[in-house]
Design a protein around this ligand. Sequence first.
Ligand code: 5GP
Ligand code: ZN
Length: 105
Amino acid sequence: MADCIFCKIDAGEIPSEKVYEDDLCFAINDINPKAPTHMLIIPHEHIPTISDLEEGQETLAGHMIKVARDLAHKAGVEGYRLQFNVHEKGGQEVMHIHLHLMGWM
Ligand code: 5GP
Ligand code: ZN
């Protein structure tokens, strides 16, 4: 998707180290972290918001949660928060689904 920051990062057009990647999604460290550990889990597929998830795509959301859980364990955080911001009113700035993983030691 042209003009989408996360599609550009996925394609390597904007530099950002992927800390994880599989067939469905990838993860990067948030550029402006709001917690000591702050990663974003992002599907390769450009889906603007959680509201746009269609029948059958719930497995993608479940997969993203599992990946976030594994990354939290790997980072060794003691507690963590998983957050989807949805629509501008819900605090979503980048219109390509992403799951925030925020963790604290
Ligand atoms: P949202 O507000 O859409 O839920 O979250 C978007 C997140 O993406 C923000 O926490 C912001 O700091 C992060 N972000 C925006 N642009 C970039 C970027 O170019 N690189 C990285 N690593 N994170 C970004
Ligand atoms: Zn995108």
